[in-house]
Design a protein around this ligand. Sequence first.
Ligand code: ADP
Ligand code: ZN
Length: 296
Amino acid sequence: MPRAIYAAIEAGGTKFVCGLGSGPEDLETTQFPTTTPAETIARALEFFSSCARGPIAAAGIASFGPVELHRDSPGWGRITTTPKAGWRDADLAGPVGMALGAPVVFDTDVNGAALAEHRWGAARDVDDCVYLTIGTGIGGGAICDGRLLHGLLHPEMGHIRVPHDRVADPFPGVCPFHGDCLEGLASGPAIQARWGCRGADLPAGHPAWELEARYLSLAVANLACTLSPARFILGGGVMAQRHLFDLLHQYTLALLNGYIASARITDRIHEYIVPPALGSRAGVLGALALAETAAG
Ligand code: ADP
Ligand code: ZN
């Protein structure tokens, strides 16, 4: 029996990546800049019709946010209060489902990435993991017992509060809602605003990285205590600074102080907090993984 074909859309604020295939190994992809909703969705649909290999079983959309994820809400499948021009209340899932005549699974980009890392990447051997992206913003997705955690809306792990010593770090934070939440203190723009220099241009020994690892390890320790994942995957532009992982391992061990009695943490911290395995394909594979969930 031929394998089901899925349509995948990674809907990003600057680019869309679309894929069509039955799995990561045969996924045909294309990408184009995000312009207006109508034009961008039309390009995606054009791609799906041009390389159709039979009926599409389901579509997955992993979208930038904020998004409406409640199936029973009239706004389901839409991007909601984004400041991105023209995209406020843009309906993504509606027109895609209508054009493809297939069920659509719609979720956040970070939930998609968490699912893809669990399905094919750095968390394929565990049932519970947390994926954090440290980039322009900070976002997180959690897999609990093999399923994405949604809760009321979806987790907002970037906006948790972490202790902020204003003597050691007088920087007030950049989050427009909270000032010094985790995203306010540790996102790429926070690093740039605090030090007056892009993170990519700060040398490895710069004090910025010790502070960054302190905040991220506080987040990891808090999430370890609340969600009890078997692995943390940390990606996003800032984590291109691979030396952060060594500091994170060290600081997280110190914060948890042996209290969570799992050898995964106490003996194998290097396997407990890891970089993503899917690289630049994580986004579109996230959308593919979402589409696959429509079947089961
Ligand atoms: P986005 O979050 O917009 O999807 P990224 O995950 O690439 O995109 O994150 C972009 C942020 O990461 C920017 O704030 C940028 O300054 C920062 N960044 C990108 N590359 C590096 C790097 N090599 N070192 C530190 N920070 C980086
Ligand atoms: Zn915030």
